[in-house]
Design a protein around this ligand. Structure first.
Ligand code: HEC
Length: 103
C-alpha cells in the first residue's frame, strides 16, 4: 500500500508543474518544516504504531553523508532536491536520522 502511494506520488511530481527541483526552503527552515513541505507526501510514518518514524534504512545507510547525498541527488524513484543546501540540508538530514529506524 505504501509503495503504491509512493509510486503514484512520484508520477505526479514527475508530470506535475512544480517538481522537487524548484523547491527551495526558506532560510533557517527547520528539518520539521522542510519535511512537512517537501517530504511528507511520499514519506509518511512507516506503520500505524510508529507515527513519528518515516524512514527505515539499513545501518550502512544511516549516516549524514548518505542521507544528504540522497536528498541532493535523488535516485531512480526518489526526486532530487538540488536547492536544499547548507544549514537547511543539515537540518533536514538531522531530522531524517532522528526519525529513522535502522533495519
Ligand atoms: C515523490 C516522492 C518522494 C518525495 C517527495 C521524497 N522522497 Fe525520499 N524517497 C522516495 C522513494 C520512492 C524512495 C525509495 C527509493 C530509493 O531509495 O531510491 C526514497 C528514499 C529516500 C531516502 C533513502 C532511504 C533508504 O532506505 O536508503 C531518504 C533518506 C529520503 N528518501 C529522504 C527524503 C527527504 C528528506 C525528502 C524531502 C526533502 C524526500 N525524501 C522526498 C520518494 C520520495
Amino acid at each position: 500500500m505504501k509503495k503504491i502511494l509512493c509510486v503514484a506520488a512520484a508520477a505526479i511530481v514527475l508530470s506535475g508543474c512544480s517538481g522537487s527541483k524548484d523547491y527551495t526552503p526558506a532560510a533557517g527552515a527547520s528539518g520539521k518544516d522542510i519535511f512537512a513541505q517537501a517530504c511528507v507526501g511520499c514519506h509518511a510514518s512507516i506503520n500505524e504504531t510508529e507515527l513519528t518514524t518515516f524512514w527505515e534504512m539499513t545501518a550502512e545507510n544511516t549516516n549524514a553523508a548518505y542521507v544528504s547525498a540522497k536528498i541532493t541527488q535523488g535516485s531512480m524513484r526518489m526526486p532530487s532536491f538540488p536547492n536544499i543546501k547548507g544549514a537547511e540540508l543539515e537540518a533536514i538530514t538531522t531530522f531524517v536520522l532522528e526519525h529513522n529506524k535502522s533495519k
